[in-house]
Design a protein around this ligand. Structure first.
Ligand code: FAD
Length: 386
């Protein structure tokens, strides 16, 4: 019997690909290997669960067992692939050698922190990047009751969404980041400030323009020492300082990869024959968008390719909807640095146009009531990957 198509990773990219493939080919043997629990869940929901007090079980659409039964695959959970042998076309899992037919890397991106997290703070300092992390943080939060003091480090999409969600859930939230305004990679400063004002009005304490020097135990609290000499005391700390594509497996196997991800072409082919990549780990023709719509488009075309009809992926002008209910935000950041950001509107209802020197629209950002302009503006913006 020939070796199965093997997918590493059970996030939205890995399971999404398996679902798409099953629509085209009900029978081809597939093995899905994942380091985590293998539950089928929507990652964006992780940062909406605390306001609604959702238990982790509520976030999983189906278990790994159900994925295996319903999508006809061998699913191996809590199994970490240690290495890829490109010559022998097999994976190393501990002492085991597992042959693959075609291989798909959907290993996602891992949280990265610019400071050391002391081991002694285990159980008090978290990152939430999958359902298992959500489970752990949820349990820790329950132990501190209704009004836990949570310091969130990092004011990007993940940090801002958790700040909003935990504050809506009744917790006392502080948000620390070195930038002057939230969402620095998605919003020009005036819109970021508007979001900061909405956060402050809801009782979130903002410590912007401040770096974290160290985390330490202070009595029964976690101390977060800032670079202005001040210190915050917390029950729990959530680190949201960015995600890095998990390229180690690919890089060690000699595949072309770098800080933006595993390099793939528009067929999602890596530099090694028979190996594809998609999702947060993949840099597709120079673009690693790291959000859901691009990975869904990739899953669709890769399923066609694997089913025998090679198809290239394209990405539209797909804005990101940030789930900050205190002030809704939609953004389509420009791929290149704009000549200027032109801002219109007042209060929290703002539109920012990213324009080149000839006033052509390269991207945009919207807050408050102006988010309703997302479709109109997306139509006027160039695609991410046309
Ligand atoms: P992952 O979900 O990270 O999956 C990677 C998989 O690979 C995991 O199963 C892991 O166990 C496995 N793995 C890794 N290494 C190995 C190994 N060596 N061996 C075996 N298995 C391995 N995007 C949006 O578009 N809209 C949103 O509103 C939004 N909200 C978000 C909110 C949060 C809190 C976060 C963290 C992200 C959000 N995103 C959002 C981004 C989006 O969720 C991600 O782009 C997407 O889920 C990435 O999926 P993935 O399958 O590529 O990676």
């Amino acid at each position: 019997m020939s070796a199965p198509l093997t997918i590493i990773g059970s996030g939205m990219a890995g399971i999404g690909l398996l679902k798409q493939l099953r629509m085209l080919d009900a029978d081809c043997p597939v093995t899905l290997i994942t380091a985590d629990s293998g539950d089928d869940y929507s990652k964006p929901l992780l940062s909406t669960g605390f306001a609604k007090r959702l238990a982790p079980e509520k976030l999983a659409a189906r278990s790994a067992l159900e994925v295996a039964a319903q999508l006809g695959a061998v699913v191996r959970t809590h199994t970490r692939v240690d290495a890829i042998d490109v010559q022998e076309r097999c994976l190393h899992i501990g002492e085991e050698r597992l042959a693959y037919g075609e291989l798909v890397l959907a290993t996602g991106a891992a949280p990265s922190a610019p400071f050391t997290i002391p081991e002694a703070l285990g159980g008090r300092v978290f990152s939430i990047n999958d359902l298992d992390d959500y489970r752990d943080f949820h349990t820790a939060l329950e132990a501190f009751g209704q009004r836990a003091r949570v310091v969130i480090i990092g004011a990007g999409l993940v940090g801002c969404e958790f700040a909003n969600d935990l504050a809506a859930g009744g917790h006392r939230v502080s948000l620390v980041a070195p930038e002057q305004a939230p969402l620095p990679r998605l919003l020009p400063e005036p819109l970021g400030r508007a979001l900061g004002e909405a956060f402050a009005a809801a009782g979130i304490s903002l410590r912007l323009g401040r770096g974290v020097e160290r985390l330490e135990r202070v009595g029964s609290d976690v101390g977060v020492a800032l670079d202005d000499g001040s210190q915050l005391e917390a029950d729990l700390v959530l680190v949201a300082t960015g995600l890095r594509p998990r390229i180690e497996l690919a890089q060690a196997a000699g595949l072309a990869a770098g800080p933006t991800g595993i390099q793939v072409d528009r067929y999602l082919r890596t530099s090694a024959p028979g190996i594809h990549a998609l999702g947060d780990v993949a840099c597709v023709a120079g673009v690693n968008a790291m959000y859901v719509q691009p990975l869904q488009a990739s899953a669709k075309v890769l399923a066609r390719t694997l089913a025998g009809s090679p198809t290239q992926v394209s990405y539209g002008a797909w804005p990101v909807l940030v789930k900050t209910t205190l002030l809704p935000v939609v953004a389509l950041p420009p791929l290149q640095t704009p000549a200027r950001w032109r801002v219109e509107g007042e209060g929290g209802d703002l539109v920012a146009f990213a324009e080149d020197v000839d006033e052509r629209l390269l991207g945009f950002a919207l807050t408050g009531a102006c988010v309703k302009r997302k479709v109109e503006l997306a139509r006027a913006t160039p695609p991410l990957l046309g």
